[in-house]
Design a protein around this ligand. Structure first.
Ligand code: HEC
Ligand code: HEC
Ligand code: HEC
Ligand code: HEC
Ligand code: HEC
Ligand code: HEC
Ligand code: HEC
Ligand code: HEC
Ligand code: HEC
Length: 422
C-alpha cells in the first residue's frame, strides 16, 4: 500500500521536477558537477523528506566530495524515482535508527578508506560507541538512546571544530540535554534529568559558556563522547585530575583517598558535587551552611581539630590580605607610591591559593607552611601601607604648618605694603 501510494505520488512529479532541477543547476553553475537527481528532487519535497542544497552545502561530507548515494545508494542520474530509488541500483531504502551506527561506521571504521581523505582522523568511533551505555542499550534493542545522528545531525553535519557544529564544545551540553533533560524521553530510566540544569550553574559552565574558556569541561570531557558512560567511582579523581593536577596529587596522598576508595565513595565529588560544582570558599571547611566535613567527622575528634586549625589558618591569611589591600588602596588614593607592596600582595595571594590546594592533604602542617609564608608577605605589605599613610600625614602636617605660616605672614605683608604706599 505504501509502495503504491509513493509510486502514484512520484509519477505526478516529472515536469515540475525538471523545472526545479534546471533552476538548481543554473543557480549552482560554479558547482557544476555530475547530475544528482536525489538532491534535485528532495530539495523540493516537504520537510520530512526535504534535504535542501543550502543544508547540504554545509555538510562536511558534501565538502569532501561525497553525495547522497555515498550513504543511501541508488542512481542519481535518473529523474525517475522508480529507477533512482530502485534496490537494483543499490538504494538502501529508509534508514532505521538502529542501523545508523553501522552505516556511519562502514566508512569511519575503515582506516584504508578514511586515510585517503584524512589520515589523522580517528577510526574508533563505532568501536567506542559499542562500549558506551548508548551503544550497549541500542544493541539490546532500546532505540531511545543516542545514535550518531542525534549528536552530529545529518545532512548539514559539520566538523566538530566548526563553532556551529552540534558537537562543538560550547554546543555539546545543549545537544545532550535534548534527551537527558527531557522527562518524557528519560521516563522509565532510573536516572535524574537535572544534569544540564545543574551544569549550567557550575563554575565550569561559567568558564566555558560565559567566558569562552575552552579549557573548561563540558559533558563529553568528563563522560567521553563515543564511549559516553559515567566515570566509575574509582576514576572520578582521575577525570578531575586531568585539569586539577595539584589538588589531585595532594588528595592521592591523603588518608581520605584510601578511606573513600574502600567505602566506594567518588573522591572529589563527595565534597564538590559532579554537575553543580561551585566556587569553593572557606565556608566549606566550617560547620555552617555549605560545610562538608561534618557529614563524617564528630565535633572535637582528632580530624575535627585539624579541620578547625586548617580553617582558622586559611581565614587568617585571607583576612590579612584584605586588610593590607585596604590600607594600600587608601595610600594610593592619597597619592602615595606603594607599587612595590602592591606587587607583594600577588605573592601573598599565591600563597593563599597554594594553601587552598594544600587543604587536599588534610594535614595542618602542609596548609600552615603556605599560610605562614603568605602572612609574612601580607603583614609586610600592610606595614608598607601604614608607613605610607604616616608619611602622608607628616606631609599634610608640614603642608598645614606652611599654610599657617603663609596665613600669618600675608596680613602683615598687606599692612606693610599699605604703609609704604602711604
Ligand atoms: C523524482 C523525485 C525523487 C528522486 C529523483 C529521488 N527521490 Fe527519494 N524519495 C522521493 C519520494 C517522493 C519519497 C517518498 C516515498 C515514500 O514515502 O515511499 C522518497 C523517499 C526517499 C527516502 C526514504 C525516506 C524515508 O525515510 O521514508 C530516501 C532515503 C530517499 N528517498 C533517498 C533518495 C536518494 C538517495 C535518491 C537518489 C539516488 C533519491 N531519493 C531520488 C522522491 C525522489
Ligand atoms: C553521511 C551519510 C548521508 C548522506 C551523505 C546523506 N544522507 Fe540522507 N540520511 C542519512 C541517515 C543516517 C538518515 C536517517 C536519519 C535519522 O533517522 O536520523 C538519512 C535520512 C534521509 C531521508 C529521510 C528523511 C530524513 O531526513 O530523515 C531522506 C529523504 C534523505 N536522507 C535524503 C538524502 C539526500 C537527498 C541526500 C543528498 C542530498 C542525503 N540524504 C545525503 C545519511 C546520509
Ligand atoms: C561513505 C563514507 C562515509 C559515511 C557513510 C559517513 N562518513 Fe563521515 N566522513 C567521511 C569522510 C570521507 C569524511 C571527511 C574526513 C576528513 O577529510 O576530515 C567524513 C567526515 C565526518 C566528520 C567530520 C570529521 C572531522 O573532524 O573533520 C564527522 C563528524 C562525520 N563524518 C560523521 C559521520 C556520521 C555521523 C555518519 C553517519 C550518519 C557518517 N559520518 C557517515 C565518510 C563517511
Ligand atoms: C553522545 C554523542 C555522540 C554520539 C552518539 C556520536 N558522537 Fe561522534 N562526536 C561527538 C563529539 C562530542 C565529538 C567531538 C569530539 C571533540 O571535540 O574532540 C565527536 C567527534 C566525532 C568525529 C571526529 C573525530 C573524532 O573522533 O573526534 C567523528 C568522525 C565522529 N564523531 C563520528 C561518529 C560516528 C560514526 C558515530 C556513531 C558510531 C558517532 N560519532 C556518535 C559526539 C557523539
Ligand atoms: C537521543 C537521546 C540522547 C542523547 C542525544 C544523549 N543521550 Fe545519553 N542516554 C540516553 C538514554 C535513553 C540513556 C539510557 C539511560 C539509562 O540507561 O540509564 C542514556 C545514557 C547515558 C549515560 C549513562 C547513564 C547511566 O548512568 O546509566 C551517560 C553518561 C550519557 N547518556 C551521557 C550522554 C552525553 C554526555 C550526551 C551528549 C554528548 C548524551 N548522553 C546524549 C539518551 C540520549
Ligand atoms: C566535571 C565533570 C562532569 C561534567 C562536566 C558532566 N558530568 Fe555527568 N557525571 C560526572 C560524574 C563524576 C558522574 C558520576 C556521579 C557519581 O558517581 O557521583 C556523572 C553522572 C552523570 C550521569 C548519570 C546519572 C546521574 O545524574 O548521576 C549522567 C546521565 C550524566 N552525568 C550526564 C551529564 C550531562 C548530560 C552533562 C552535561 C550537561 C554532564 N553529565 C556533565 C561528571 C561530569
Ligand atoms: C577539562 C578540564 C577540567 C576538568 C576535567 C575539570 N575541571 Fe574543574 N575547572 C576547570 C576550569 C578551566 C575551571 C575554571 C577556573 C576559573 O574559574 O578560572 C575549573 C573550576 C573548578 C572549581 C572552582 C575553582 C575556583 O577557584 O572557583 C572546582 C571546585 C572544580 N573545578 C572542581 C572540579 C572537579 C571536582 C572535577 C571533576 C569532577 C573537575 N573540576 C573537572 C577545568 C576542569
Ligand atoms: C574532603 C573534601 C574534599 C575533597 C575530597 C576534595 N576537595 Fe577540593 N576543596 C575542598 C575544600 C574544603 C576546598 C576549599 C578550601 C577553601 O577555600 O578554604 C576545596 C577547594 C578546591 C578547589 C579550589 C581551590 C582554590 O584555589 O580555591 C579545587 C579546584 C578543588 N578543590 C578540586 C578538587 C579535586 C580535583 C578533588 C579530587 C582530586 C578535590 N578537590 C577533592 C574539599 C575537598
Ligand atoms: C565522606 C566522609 C568524610 C568527609 C566528607 C570528610 N572526611 Fe575526613 N576522614 C574521613 C575518613 C573515613 C578518614 C580516615 C579515618 C580517620 O583517620 O579517622 C578521614 C580522615 C581525616 C583526617 C586525618 C588525616 C590524617 O592524615 O591523619 C583529617 C584531618 C580529616 N579527615 C579532615 C577532614 C576535613 C577537613 C574535611 C572537610 C573538608 C573532611 N575530613 C571530610 C571521612 C571523611
Amino acid at each position: 500500500m505504501a509502495m503504491l501510494q509513493s509510486k502514484s505520488h512520484a509519477s505526478a512529479f516529472p515536469r515540475c521536477l525538471l523545472a526545479t532541477s534546471l533552476l538548481l543547476l543554473a543557480a549552482s553553475l560554479s558547482h557544476a558537477q555530475t547530475k544528482n537527481s536525489c538532491l534535485d528532487c528532495h530539495s523540493a519535497l516537504p520537510a520530512q523528506l526535504g534535504v535542501t542544497q543550502e543544508q547540504f552545502s554545509h555538510d562536511v561530507h558534501e565538502q569532501k566530495g561525497l553525495t547522497c548515494v555515498s550513504c543511501h545508494g541508488g542512481d542519481p542520474s535518473s529523474d525517475d524515482p522508480a529507477q533512482a530509488m530502485s534496490r537494483k541500483a543499490g538504494w538502501k531504502g529508509p534508514i532505521e535508527r538502529r542501523q545508523i551506527p553501522q552505516l556511519c561506521g562502514s566508512c569511519h571504521s575503515n582506516p584504508d578508506f578514511m586515510r585517503r581523505y584524512n589520515p589523522g582522523l580517528r577510526t574508533d568511533q563505532l568501536a567506542q560507541y559499542h562500549t558506551s551505555v548508548h551503544g550497549k542499550r541500542l544493541a539490546a534493542g532500546d532505540s531511545k538512546v543516542a545514535v550518531c545522528t542525534d549528536c552530529h545531525g545529518v545532512h548539514d553535519l559539520r566538523a566538530p571544530n566548526d563553532p556551529q557544529s552540534t558537537v562543538y564544545a560550547t554546543n555539546v551540553a545543549k545537544t545532550c540535554s535534548h534527551c537527558h533533560s527531557d522527562a518524557h524521553t528519560m521516563a522509565g530510566y532510573k536516572i535524574p534529568t537535572d544534569q544540564y540544569a545543574k551544569y549550567t550553574t557550575s563554575v565550569h559552565s561559567q568558564a566555558l559558556m560565559v567566558r569562552g574558556d575552552l579549557s573548561a569541561p563540558t559533558c563529553t570531557t568528563c563522560h567521553g563522547n563515543h564511549g559516553a558512560a559515567p566515570p566509575g567511582v574509582a576514576s572520578v579523581p582521575q577525570v578531575c585530575s586531568t585539569c586539577h593536577v595539584f589538588q589531585a596529587q595532594m588528595y592521592e596522598k591523603s588518608s581520605h583517598k584510601a578511606a573513600f576508595d574502600s567505602a566506594k565513595l567518588p573522591g572529589c565529588v563527595v565534597c564538590h558535587e559532579n554537575h553543580a560544582i561551585a566556587h569553593p570558599t572557606d565556608a566549606k571547611l566550617g560547620t555552617g551552611p555549605g560545610a562538608v566535613c561534618m557529614q563524617c567527622h564528630t565535633p572535637g575528634d582528632r580530624c575535627d581539630q585539624a579541620r578547625e586549625q586548617i580553617l582558622s589558618q586559611s581565614t587568617q591569611l585571607d583576612t590579612a590580605i584584605k586588610a593590607a589591600d585596604q590600607e594600600l588602596a587608601l595610600a594610593e588614593a592619597s597619592g602615595m607610591e606603594v607599587s612595590e607592596a602592591r606587587l607583594g600582595q600577588n605573592e601573598a595571594r599565591d600563597a593563599l591559593t597554594k594553601a587552598r590546594v594544600a587543604v587536599h592533604s588534610f594535614q595542618v602542617k602542609e596548609v600552615s607552611a603556605n599560610v605562614q609564608a603568605g602572612l609574612k608577605t601580607a603583614n609586610k605589605d600592610l606595614a608598607a601601607g601604614q608607613q605610607a599613610m604616616v608619611e602622608r600625614n607628616h606631609r599634610r602636617i608640614g603642608l598645614g604648618l606652611s599654610l599657617l605660616a603663609i596665613a600669618i605672614v600675608l596680613p602683615g605683608l598687606w599692612l606693610y605694603i599699605g604703609k609704604i604706599e602711604k
